[in-house]
Write a protein that binds this ligand. Structure first.
Ligand SMILES: Nc1ncnc2c1ncn2[C@@H]1O[C@H](COP(=O)(O)OP(=O)(O)OP(=O)(O)O)[C@@H](O)[C@H]1O
Ligand SMILES: [Mg+2]
Length: 352
């Protein structure tokens, strides 16, 4: 079966006894898309991937590939290739044998196999390692071997579960770039599980933010970053995380420590949470009085830990040398970078 690569989950839930690993997930993934499932540990990302692979069956709901219901089909009957976090290479086989394994299983003609293995190995740049065993490879090379084994089948859908998590920081960055290039050149729909927001933000065309077995937001990384739809998502995306400050909304104008904020008014009077990323906090001039508790020098810039009467906040500033611990400063926020959330529901409030 060749697929275009459109994937749909309809009202999908997965229970392990009483434990809900996944509740009512609705998802549409477009052909050729690099789609990330992002969320904290235990939020249901791997569960979703295993359901897509056919390794597990949903308790409720349907899974469709290109409009066809595959819910009842096993992994063998779905046109998917999966790479696990652990790579799951066969230690007693050579790299070439590992890569050819899926083709042997499919009874691909022998004459064809060698060429396909070469081609897959070349795409991930391990053609020179085909005779080695996994134990004789570095972590990054093992990861490429697992990728080659996935692409050799020319599947319509790639499922990758934290494939870079075993690599050290530098190699992870390099491999990330290569993975993106490979996915673009193959044009295969890819579902990529990660708890690393930076990975999702750099790799994905779109992403779904998972929490507690539910999808909380779907959108491009830029959309989710610019307009998180809840306090939870706002707190999860961005590093250092967004400042979330208690504020009072009076006749549509929020104020912190009695100081009205310069935002276009919303409506009503109630408790709200003002969200401001550390990069949108201004120090100096007129503003909320705060004390510098800590100056964290990051080289290119610095993070200030601040405390003010109503709580704490962080600011990204250009130069650590301009600040001293214990110093009193004034902080204010760029009006266009202020996010407002309802304190009771946690939902984003639209600033008109
Ligand atoms: N076989 C199982 N039996 C019982 N509970 C399970 C089982 N598999 C998963 N769960 C639970 O379902 C929830 C979701 O698990 P899942 O593996 O999908 O999380 P995840 O988002 O991939 O997390 P991580 O980032 O840690 O890999 C977790 O609370 C987990 O403990
Ligand atoms: Mg997982």
């Amino acid at each position: 079966m060749t697929t275009q690569g459109q994937v749909r989950l309809e009202n999908v839930a997965k229970y392990h006894g009483q434990v809900a690993a996944l509740k009512n997930v609705e998802l549409d993934i477009r052909p050729g898309e690099f789609f990330a499932l992002l969320g904290p540990s235990g939020s249901g990302k791997s569960t979703t991937l295993r359901l897509l692979a056919g390794l597990d069956k949903p308790t409720r709901g349907r899974i469709l590939f290109d409009g066809a219901d595959v819910t009842a089909k096993g992994a063998q009957d779905r046109d998917v290739a999966m790479v696990f976090q652990s790579y799951a290479l066969y230690p007693h086989m050579t790299v070439a044998q590992n890569i050819s394994f899926p083709l042997e299983m499919e009874k691909t003609p022998k004459a064809e196999i060698a060429g396909r293995v070469q081609e897959a190995a070349r795409k991930v740049r391990i053609e020179h390692l085909l005779d080695r065993r996994p134990g004789q490879l570095s972590g990054g090379q093992q990861q490429r071997c697992a990728l080659a084994r996935a692409i050799v089948r020319r599947s319509g859908l790639f499922l990758l579960d934290e494939p870079l998590s075993n690599l050290d920081a530098k190699l992870r960055l390099e491999t990330r770039t290569e993975l993106k290039r490979l996915q673009r050149s193959l044009g295969v729909t890819t579902v990529y599980v990660t708890h690393d927001q930076e990975e999702a933000l750099t790799l994905a065309d779109r992403m779904a933010v998972f929490m507690d077995g539910e999808i909380r937001q779907i959108g491009s990384p830029a959309e989710v970053f610019a307009r998180p739809n809840s306090i939870e998502v706002a707190a999860f995306i961005g590093s250092p995380p967004m400042n979330l400050m208690k504020a009072t909304l009076t006749d549509g104008v929020p104020s912190i420590d009695g100081r009205p904020l310069d935002v276009k008014p919303v409506s009503g009077s109630r408790e709200v949470i003002v969200g401001v990323r550390p990069s949108a906090v201004r120090i100096g001039g007129d503003g909320i009085r705060a004390t510098v508790d800590l100056v964290e020098n990051l080289g290119d810039n610095a993070i200030l830990d601040l405390s003010y009467e109503g709580g704490t906040a962080r600011a990204r500033v250009d130069d650590a040398a301009d600040y001293a611990e214990g110093q009193t400063v004034a902080m204010s926020f760029d009006a266009k970078n202020i996010h407002l959330f309802d304190a009771a529901s946690g939902r984003r409030l639209e600033v008109q």
